[in-house]
Design a protein around this ligand. Structure first.
Ligand code: GUN
Ligand code: FE
Length: 428
């Protein structure tokens, strides 16, 4: 017996090493050593002849889903007020709900439900907004860690244009953020802090400058919102007439790729902004459910990818109403088709294989070697029993995956792994 844990998993293995290209090994093996993929094989090599094999039979083994943008405190608001646009929706529903997370007991209860749902839907990694409240944010991290999920979690910062119930002074905001970073940066193995200016309208220049210094000092990534709604974009222009566009506001404060950065939405970008994102490797968290629900618009994903901007998918709970990443994939497919119908110069609609890549390796790359079964990748995986979806026709593995994405649900997910560890339903 070697000291390092080595196992093989057998089943129909599907992943996308490249954008739009499936690798499918029917009745194949994934060898995992110390939580990382050693290799994927049609037949188990002789050297592994005595290895423990976990045989998933006729089931599919796919990478875990990655959600690049999710507001944990808004989980309780799913489905609420989605006939409004962004700014009135924030003021009417979102800010009042988020103010409740000052109460740690309330936060704990609400966040337990969030973590359980992430587990249930097969979201093995996620990038979360919490609220401005440091203690509740740390509670969320503790719950994710207990559940065995991997995540970046941000204490939100907002010191202007916010209601009295949900605002901080610049000084408090920076002090609490530094305390939050000190406390969490090395506390959990797979749950890490991320700097989280809510968006330009709610963050003063001093705050943005201070947050960027903290991001560098503690070497942590950054998340925010960018160019989601036309009124929002016009408001940012009013607030920052010195900047040529929205992205350059973040750029001037060194919050735009100086540390790994992910920006949600990115709908109304100029060519200059797209070029800057590609150059700085700033990720787009594509949130089509949210963009539809709040009448925000359609993000030009094909154009962004062609320009070299890294992209992943996101639920954006509760602008989005559905935690399921397969459901987000379907919405992303549909809006890309509508965009193409409106103007074919936008490029072809996104294929299912391309969306599968965005849902796994695309978003996963924000975490490092995550979202694929290539050698060296962390073994984040889902086992899919799609027997309930079978009908009178035989199906290829690719067709079975397509049907799981479109008509399957969490009941088809029968096992979940994060970095090689099997994670069971959270008991809290
Ligand atoms: N922009 C600033 N805050 C938010 C939020 O909570 N949700 C969405 N969708 N956009 C935002
Ligand atoms: Fe958001």
């Amino acid at each position: 017996m070697s000291a390092v844990d080595v196992k093989a998993y057998k089943g129909h293995v599907v992943f996308t090493p490249q954008f739009g290209r499936y690798e499918i090994i029917e009745n194949g093996y994934i060898v995992v050593e110390g939580g990382k993929v050693k290799g994927v094989y049609q037949d188990l090599p002789a050297a592994y002849a005595n290895l423990e094999v976990i045989d998933y039979g006729d089931k599919l083994i796919i990478p875990g889903f990655v959600d690049l943008h999710f507001h944990a405190p808004q989980f309780v608001n799913r489905g609420l007020g989605l006939d409004k646009e962004l700014i009135p929706w924030l003021e009417t529903y979102t800010f009042p709900e988020e103010s409740k997370y000052k109460d740690l007991a309330y936060a704990k209860k609400a966040y337990q439900n969030v973590v359980r749902e992430l587990w249930k839907q097969g979201t093995t990694r996620c990038v979360l907004f919490a609220t401005i409240h440091k203690d509740a944010t740390i509670k969320l991290m503790e719950l994710l860690d207990k559940a065995g999920l991997a995540a970046y979690v941000g204490k939100v910062n907002m010191d202007r244009n916010a209601p009295d119930i949900l605002i901080e002074t610049t000084e408090d905001s920076l002090r609490d953020t530094e305390e939050f970073l000190k406390e969490t940066v090395d506390k959990y193995e797979k749950v890490k802090p991320i700097i989280t200016p809510r968006f330009v309208p709610t963050c003063s220049p001093e705050l943005m400058r201070g947050l960027s210094e903290l991001a560098r000092k503690y070497n942590v990534p950054i998340q925010s919102h960018l160019s989601e709604n036309r009124s929002e974009v016009a408001w940012v222009k009013e607030l920052h007439p010195e900047c040529p566009n929205y992205a350059s506001v973040y750029e001037q404060f060194q919050l735009f790729g100086q540390q790994p950065t992910v920006m949600a939405h990115c709908i109304y970008l100029t060519d200059e902004e797209i070029e800057l994102m590609a150059r700085n490797k700033v990720y787009v968290a594509h949130s089509p459910h949210s963009n539809n629900n709040l009448s925000s618009g359609i993000s030009p994903i094909r154009k962004l990818i062609k320009a070299g901007v890294p992209v992943g998918l996101a639920s954006d709970i509760s602008g989005g109403h559905d935690v399921s990443i397969p459901s987000v994939m379907v919405a992303a497919a549909q809006v890309s088709k509508l965009k193409w119908v409106e103007d074919s110069a936008n490029g072809d609609p996104l294929s299912t294989a391309e969306l599968f890549y965005l849902a796994t390796k695309g978003g996963g790359s924000f975490f490092g070697k995550v979202g694929s079964f290539e050698e060296g990748y962390e073994f984040d995986a889902l086992v899919i029993d799609d027997s309930s979806l079978a009908d009178v026709n035989p199906r290829t593995i690719e067709e079975r995956l397509q049907r799981f994405i479109y008509i399957g649900d969490d009941r088809n997910i029968v096992a979940r792994y994060v970095a090689g560890k099997k994670i069971e339903e959270p008991q809290f």
